[in-house]
Design a protein around this ligand. Sequence first.
Ligand SMILES: [Zn+2]
Length: 464
Amino acid sequence: MTSIFIKNALIVTPKQDQIKIYEPGYIEIDGDKISGIGSGSASMSADLVIDAAGGIVLPGLIDSHIHTPESLLRGLAQDVPEKDWMHKTLGPIIRNMTESDWIIGAKLCVLEALKSGTTTFCDYAYNMDKILEEVHKPSGVRANVCTTINEFGEGKRNSEELYEFDSSAGEKKFKDGVKLVKDWHGKLDGRITCLYGPQAADMMSSELLLKVKEKAIEDGVSIHMHVAQGNRERKQMEGRYGKSTIEYLKSIDFIDSNLIAVHCHDASDEELQVLARSGGRMVGCPGSIGLIDGVVPPLHSFIQAGGVASLGSDQGPPDGSNMFTQMRYAAILNKVRHRDPTVLKAEEIFKMVTIDAARCHGLDKTIGSIEVGKKADLIILRPEVPNLTPILSGTVKNIIPNLVYNATGNEVSDIIINGQVIMQDRVVKTMNEKQIVAEAQKTAEQLMANSYMDLKEVNSPFLD
Ligand SMILES: [Zn+2]
């Protein structure tokens, strides 16, 4: 018997590069997969029948780049010059984070993102094995993760000077990456997938970077990496190699279709073309990069160059983990960047958190749209709220622009991931919301007390 049957829904999903609307429509779920979808008011017996009348069903949203543990540092990394951003804000606090702080930060972030419709987390952090075990596995979310690889030792760094590399620290982090892929890739019925996460071209030697590339090819997984992420990186790259990041990566033959390049706001249009033509994919994080760097990720330019782009929330600090917010930022900021309201239309933006995000991460055979044979990752929104009214889906349609420009994420009522009901009537069944919020508050207070001297040393703007 069908496990879940959703009826009377207004279904909105990408289908062969178009957006398809079923109204009313129905969805059948068998186990972890979608076994039927169609128009009409069909009825069927199932273990669980969800009457979605008045609701909108979308594919689960994909956050293509997120650092879940750092949500504990919310509100503590903005309004400072870009050169001070890591050095005076996050750095002194992250240095004091314990493994358990890392976990509670990840739980808080996943809870926030889930409640606004994110079902797939392309998570990027140290201690990823523990985060998988203690957060992604029990919460029931889909995760496509990597552990951070760089060649940094324990010492403090100043972005004004060339970073010192520590090859033994780099080797250890590389081995952690290899172990993560070996232990977790494809696990939990395919709910967990892994990639390699070299942090950035300025944070490791060419030898280590190429070693990661070779291992990723051997393991058949992609590389998720920050690329051309602004002045701090440019200064390092020019100082060490006399090249921009893209010039350097091209010169060592690193750029190919296995690369998922995050940010790219310091790449020229010609460099974006190099990336796009080689089959590289791009993730833009408009909220975070707007706040940290005061610039706009070049999403439209990359798509114009023929590339596939998607969106990430990046870090809880400075911005929240909510893909509805990111969709809005991506659209408006790119229109402003190009002084052209026609760039990045709502349909394109919607695909950047669904099917194009899945393409970016090589998961488009599995997720990113509601289609027979794909995994059952769905969200249901209740749009009968002032900010989404009216919903028009007849001959005059406003539904996609309305979702992209007006939804807050609080309208998401129910979530199904891998055929399991994870949230029902805004209650996350797999996480204890009250406990996580209280624990995060307490943990953050202690962490700030522990970080006080380090923040004082760098004259942090967040001290009294
Ligand atoms: Zn990042």
